[in-house]
Design a protein around this ligand. Structure first.
Ligand code: PRX
Length: 631
């Protein structure tokens, strides 16, 4: 790509946007943070409530196991709710919710606090206490927010499993986390149908031990199996005297674990990324405030799912820490028609909309008329996350949705980073497809194979050189893997797993993953998960999965399967295998294509060379083949 192509057009914010922004002078903030990032974060932390102030902002005595705000005592749930209930925000809406079927709920800070406290008392009555893990597998309803906050309030560690995952994915995550309690909805509405979450959970629990109680949230009301002694209805327990709205708060250390969230890595099983109360709180609070420019009267909508990091940081914690009003929608963007989202923006007067390129491309397909039917003049800011946004989608979002007046915050970050890392703020000139520059206080670079910074406009590995408060603390129960995966290639430097370029203005252009992670519709999946789901089918001997470009999804999954001897390679079997992956991992992991093959390209040590498969499909040079086993 020539530097001219890289630059493309530059979009400058209007004077009004700059004047009203929480950060009108980005350079000044960069300078302040660049001079002393510990002081910078310490100052932001002071805006939140601490029962005891920290002794040290950053403790780097045991790198790469960094600790933030050590000695500090706080609780993120207290900062999300109790703090606001004591102010003019008591009756302010914390959450506005619409179900796919048109149900509607509005919860003030007071009410969300009350319900969360009751929920937390219910969890305590089931024996959950500080440090215990609780798995949450639910649709997008206010109860998922309450469940997460209730865990945080009592110091339990939540492990949310995205409702789009299925039996084996849920089983693995329950087992690895050693959760005592599972919170599940009976079902969730999606595209006019019910996703049978409780039924999937029942199947997963047949494979996993350890769960003592299943707390069931009624959403759809369809018939479900309730196992005596194990399964309990939340609404029944919430009606009992134990569920009072007074719930003693667990005062947590800054470094006490808040949650674990499973994500896919280079090899093997998904790993649980661990985040903590103090640093994560400071990071999500500050980034949301500055980047999405949260104002008291705003209605902010992050259209992600709470089951992914975007939802954790920017549906649940970030907005509530800022005392904002958030909107949440349960279902599909196109149900019952492709104007559902635009209708919601108009109906609720949304000011800030944050979504993923795949959703934008998906809605763009239906044409401008669906958008233009609606008055979207309430919108002030737009956001994008999850994968690189192609300039065509960027411009459509900017022109048709934002009416050329809403800056687009293209935020690059990861489950591991917990918070935005490369991102503009509203006052920053934008180039479609670039997230601009690192957030103040964060130093990033692009390295070649040997750890030297690459020249402008050259591709290399994206790395992070300074610690940041919301950073991953470890992989739960696997500290060696944490060191190996992120800190080994370049000692002392965090390896993101992405490739990127930087142009001569210092703008970073993220290209994509360089490992075996596939981003499908912005969702992060590992080739290993898809492959092991295929191999778990009795007719499959071996399998390989790769991602290939897809117009709407960004990437689609292509798989190569060696069948066991004697098994007929039929079209019907391909369908069976696709459905099997859907059943085991989840509908998002269903391969677009299955090819039956006799062999797979492997290294002499037996590792599948996925890049060879990919190069063949794309008709490009596969690169160095010296390790290919051609026997
Ligand atoms: O490849 C990058 C891509 O998403 C990866 C992280 O995925 P996950 O942990 O699921 O978190 C997604 C939401 C924060 C990154 O390694 N990615 C995320 N945001 C962007 C992006 N790629 C390009 N531009 C982005 N804005």
């Amino acid at each position: 790509m020539s530097s001219k192509d890289l630059h493309g057009e530059v979009f400058y914010p209007s004077e009004e946007v700059v004047k009203n922004a929480n950060v009108p002078d980005w350079d000044a903030l960069q300078k302040e943070a660049g001079e002393d990032y510990e002081k910078f974060w310490g100052k932001r932390a002071e805006e939140l409530h601490w029962f005891k102030k920290w002794d040290k902002v950053l403790d780097d005595s045991d790198k790469p196991f960094y600790k933030w705000f050590t000695g500090g005592k706080t609780n993120i749930a207290y900062n999300c709710l109790d703090v606001h209930v004591k102010t003019h925000r008591r009756n302010k809406l914390a959450l506005i919710w619409e179900g796919e079927n048109g149900d509607m709920r509005m919860l003030s800070y007071y009410r969300l606090h009350r319900e969360t406290c009751k929920f937390a008392n219910v969890l305590r009555s089931l024996g959950v206490s500080k440090g215990d893990r609780v798995t949450i597998y639910m649709g997008r309803t206010p109860e998922i927010v309450m469940a997460m906050l209730a865990c945080a309030r009592i110091g339990a560690i939540h492990s949310v499993v995205y409702g789009g995952f299925s039996v084996e994915a849920l089983h693995e995550r329950i087992e690895d986390s050693k959760s005592k309690v599972l919170i599940v909805s009976d079902g969730a509405y999606l595209r006019g149908k019910i996703v049978p979450l409780k039924q999937i959970a029942d199947e997963a629990l047949k494979r996993a031990g350890g769960i003592e109680h299943v707390l069931v949230v009624k959403r759809t009301g369809q018939d479900i199996n309730m196992e005596d002694g194990r399964d309990l209805w939340l609404h029944e327990l919430m009606a009992l005297p134990i569920a009072t709205q007074n719930c003693a708060l667990e005062i947590t250390d800054a470094e006490d674990p808040l949650f674990m969230l499973y994500t896919s890595g280079t090899t093997g099983k998904p790993k649980a990324i661990l985040h903590t109360h103090g640093g994560y709180m400071v990071g999500t609070y500050t980034t949301l405030k500055y980047v999405f420019d949260i104002k008291e009267e705003d209605r902010y909508w992050c259209a992600a799912d709470p089951g992914w990091i975007t939802g954790h940081s920017y549906i649940v914690y970030g907005p509530l820490l800022n005392g904002a009003t958030s909107f949440m929608y349960e279902g599909a963007p196109t149900h019952p028609y492709p104007n559902r989202w635009w209708n919601l923006v108009e109906k609720y007067g949304i000011n800030i909309l944050y979504t993923a390129p795949t959703a934008i491309r998906g809605l763009m397909r239906f044409g401008d008329a669906w958008v233009n039917r609606h008055d979207l003049s309430s919108l002030r800011l737009l956001g994008s996350v999850g994968e690189p946004i192609n300039p065509e989608a960027w411009k459509w979002y900017y022109k048709v949705v934002g009416n050329e007046k809403c800056p687009i915050m293209d935020t690059w970050w990861q489950t591991e980073t917990g918070m935005f890392m490369i991102t503009p703020m509203p006052s920053v000139p934008l180039k479609p497809g670039s997230g601009t520059k690192p957030f103040p206080g964060i130093e990033m670079d692009i390295f070649d194979e040997n750890g030297n910074p690459v020249k402008d406009n050259e591709e290399g590995y994206l790395v992070i050189k300074t610690p940041w408060p919301a950073m991953i603390r470890t992989i739960y129960n696997d500290p060696d893997r944490y060191v190996e995966q992120y800190w080994k290639k370049y000692p002392g430097v965090y390896m993101t797993g992405d490739s990127a370029k930087r142009d001569e203005d210092g703008y970073i252009w993220v290209i994509g993953r360089v490992d075996d992670v596939i981003k499908v519709s912005g969702y992060r999946l590992g080739t290993a998960e898809i492959e092991s789901a295929l191999v778990s089918h009795p007719s499959v001997a071996e399998a390989a999965a790769i991602g290939l470009p897809h117009e709407v999804k960004g990437n689609a999954i292509y798989t190569y399967v060696i069948l066991k001897q004697g098994v007929e390679p039929t079209e019907e079997l391909k369908e069976t295998l696709k459905n099997h992956v859907g059943h085991e991992v989840g509908p998002i992991a269903k391969p677009q294509q299955i090819k039956f093959v006799d062999s797979l390209p492997k290294t002499r040590s037996g590792k599948i060379m996925r890049r060879v498969l990919k190069a063949k499909e794309l008709g490009v040079d596969p690169g160095n083949l010296s390790t290919l086993d051609e026997s």
